[in-house]
Design a protein around this ligand. Structure first.
Ligand SMILES: C[S@@+](CC[C@H](N)C(=O)[O-])C[C@H]1O[C@@H](n2cnc3c(N)ncnc32)[C@H](O)[C@@H]1O
Length: 208
């Protein structure tokens, strides 16, 4: 899929699997924010953020001081995200137009308490998914949370992705949508790894 305008339009149909996925993702973001240690500013990173319709409304609910970096390659989507942040009054949001596959694009935002990897894993190679999952312990501040999505498009990699997160040292918090067209996984870095692997320069490249 390269027509991201059309892809995002599916959100407008409340019965679409994308709209249902959004409800699940937002619920999981809400849970992650609620379980973040009180007192500290919650740091959030959303690579390939689209227009930020998942995380920004949840940050707008308040409850935590937060800073968020949203990285989006498509300028129109990025402007949409920045407008949404402004409209919702989510201070502390930085929208970066750039390549989220390169770790240097967002390295100054790391480590984060909440990492969103939504809408990425169906668009990159299996090797890139493994590289990205393996990098997550080096991107999170313990007990940070990663929320990821992957649809059922063949080959259905959802069971593998769940295993790869555990193998990378994270604990699975939950997984929704196993038999449906989407999957939303949540995992947490309960204790920091003794030596998190250094971040690779590149996590993924979107397939055309
Ligand atoms: C499937 S959409 C997901 C958007 C959002 N995360 C969501 O779940 O609603 C993928 C998004 O990634 C953006 N994108 C593609 N390649 C990118 C890259 N290398 N860096 C940053 N954004 C990218 C696209 O423009 C598109 O908005």
């Amino acid at each position: 899929v390269t027509d991201w305008l059309r892809w995002h339009a599916a959100y407008d149909d409340p019965g679409s699997s994308l709209a249902r996925r959004l409800g699940v993702v937002r619920g999981r973001i809400r849970e992650a924010l609620a379980s973040a240690p009180g007192g500290a500013t919650v740091r959030v990173l959303s690579p390939c953020a689209g227009d930020g319709r998942d995380v920004l409304p949840e940050l707008a609910r308040g409850g935590h001081a937060a800073t968020a970096m949203l990285v989006e390659m498509d300028r129109t989507r990025a402007v949409g995200a920045a407008d949404r942040a402004r409209r919702l009054g989510v201070d502390g949001t930085l929208v970066v137009v750039g390549d989220a596959g390169r770790t240097s694009t967002f390295s100054q935002a790391l480590p984060v308490d909440l990492l969103l990897l939504c809408g990425i894993f169906a668009n990159v190679s299996e090797d890139d998914i493994r590289t990205t999952v393996g990098a997550v312990p080096g991107m999170l501040r313990s007990p940070g949370t990663v929320i990821w999505t992957r649809g059922d498009s063949a080959p259905d990699l959802r069971p593998s992705v769940r295993r790869w997160f555990v193998a990378a040292g994270l604990e699975e918090v939950g997984f929704d949508g196993g038999t449906g067209p989407f999957g939303v996984g949540v995992a947490r870095l309960v204790s920091p790894l003794d030596a998190a692997p250094p971040l690779p320069e590149r996590l993924f490249t979107f397939r055309r």
